[in-house]
Each structure stands twice: as C-alpha cells, then as structure tokens.
Design a protein around this ligand. Structure first.
Ligand SMILES: [Fe+2]
Ligand SMILES: [Fe+2]
Length: 276
C-alpha cells in the first residue's frame, strides 16, 4: 500500500458543482452592500480569478505523476474540475462586468497576465506550486469569512451571494490539495513561507490595481467618501479582514496544515441551506 499523502479529512468530499450564474442584472449596479468601494473590491478580485485559477491548475498538474496516494490523486482531479468551473464562471462574470460598466478587461488583466507569463518562464515549478499553496490558503481564510457567522455577503445581491458562497465552499473543500501535493514532492517550509510573503504582496497589488481602474472609470477615484468607506469595509467592525490575521499567520508555523482549522461545519451548513 502506498503511503498517505492526502490529509484532507475523509468526511470532506471535494465535489465539483457545475453551476451557472445569471449575474447580468446585479453586475450593472453596486451589488455589494450598495457600496461603491466594496463592489469594486470584489469585482477586482474576480478579475484575478480566471488567470490565477488556470495557474493553480497548471502548477498542481505539473506533479500529477509524482503522487502515489490514490486519495490525493482523486482530490487533484476534483480540484482541477472545481477550479475549471470557477474560472469559466468568473470569466463570464468579468466579461459581462466590463461590457455593462465600460471597464477595460485588457487593462485590468494585463499586468497579471504579463507577470504570470514571466513566472511560467523563469520560476521553478516547485516554487510555482508553493505560490499556489499560499494563495489557496489566502482564499480559504476569505472563504471562511464568506460563509461564517459574520456573513460578509448578508447584504449583497442574492445572485452574487450565491456565486461567491458556492465558490467559497469549493475553495474550502479543496483547501489542502495544493498544500498536500507540495509536501508530497518535498517542498520546503522556507520556500512555502517566502511564497506566502510574495503572494500576499502581489495579490494585494493586483486587487488594488483593479480597484483603481474601476473607481477611475466610475469617476470616483478621488472621492474621500469612497475611500473612507473602503477603509471601513476592509478594517472596520464588519470589515472583511477582521479576524483574518491569526489564521493568515498560521501558515508560517512549522507544522501548519490547512485542516488543522476544521471548517467542515461551514460546508455542511451551506449544503443544508441549499436544500431548503
Ligand atoms: Fe476557485
Ligand atoms: Fe482554489
């Protein structure tokens, strides 16, 4: 029998749900809390997904033949399917958003596309995988916020809430796949931590680049009111980053694993809501 390489709990099933979302109505307006900045922030996040998720798939797929644990192999397959549907849905989202609101998709995606091209050519595959494991942790931390009690999408447009929570659930299910593959191929702790520092910086930069373009097109880039509400939205009492520092920092621990934080109840809770 081959050695276990997957450390996702056995009762967590990674299952792709091939969903389609009708977002046209919502994307016309400020769908997140009717707030200009909050909407711009999530729209800018969405812009990074199709390129990012394709990168995640590629960096994990590169090691497909190096994994001997059938459980992890199966999880990798489900991970590819989940991310493929996410990127399809977010591509449609992004194209629709730009068509409806006059944003320039090429300008929004350009810097990320160029950097990804550079990384593909110049960065060793193992380091690319470390980057994926890092961003998957960032995603999992935000997914927990999206599904948890604070319900950051409580006041969002229902169609948008459905999309973001569906994506969050699947991110939570597969949160350890890239990490387990990285560990199985002998990735070092040092490289993993360095990848997290870099990824945090770049992801923040990419989102801010998107926010800037969007607010500029909306004609509110220099509005103090918009930026004030932005600070509150990020760091305030109901802010989306509130409470995320501790789980973020966990990644830097020597013996870290994504499932040390058991978030499976959030998946079950979401499943239950869906059946009502
Ligand atoms: Fe995803
Ligand atoms: Fe993911």
């Amino acid at each position: 029998m081959s050695e276990a390489q997957s450390f996702t709990p056995v009762d967590v099933a990674i299952q792709p749900r091939n969903r389609q979302h009708d977002l046209a109505e919502a994307l016309k307006g400020d769908w997140m809390r009717k707030d200009v900045f909050a909407t711009a922030w999530f729209n800018a996040m969405s812009i990074t997904f199709p390129l990012g998720e394709q990168f995640f798939i590629n960096s994990v797929r590169h090691y497909r033949d190096r994994i001997s644990d059938p459980k992890l192999q199966e999880e990798m397959r489900q991970f590819f399917s989940q991310e493929a549907v996410h990127l399809r849905e977010h591509r449609r989202y992004n194209e629709m958003l730009c068509a409806l609101r006059g944003y320039d998709l090429e300008k929004l995606e350009g810097p990320l596309r160029r950097r990804m091209g550079w990384v593909k050519k110049n960065v060793p595959a193992r380091e690319q995988l470390a980057g994926t494991a890092a961003v998957e942790h960032l995603t999992a931390v935000l997914a927990e916020k999206a599904l948890g009690d604070s319900g950051i999408f409580a006041d969002a447009d229902p169609a948008m809430r459905d999309l973001w929570q569906w994506h969050s659930v699947e991110e939570m299910e597969h949160k350890a796949v890239a990490f387990d593959v990285y560990r199985a191929i002998g990735g070092t702790e040092k490289m993993r931590r360095a990848a997290m520092r870099r990824s945090t910086l770049f992801l923040t930069w990419d989102i801010l680049h998107g926010v800037r373009h969007i607010l500029k097109c909306d004609g509110v880039l220099w509005s103090p009111k918009v930026w004030f509400s932005g600070v509150r939205f990020l760091f305030g009492k109901q802010g989306i980053l509130k409470g995320t520092w501790a789980p973020y920092k966990d990644f830097f621990r020597e013996d870290f694993h994504p499932w040390q934080e058991d978030t499976s109840h959030l998946i079950t809770q979401w499943e239950l809501q869906q059946s009502h």
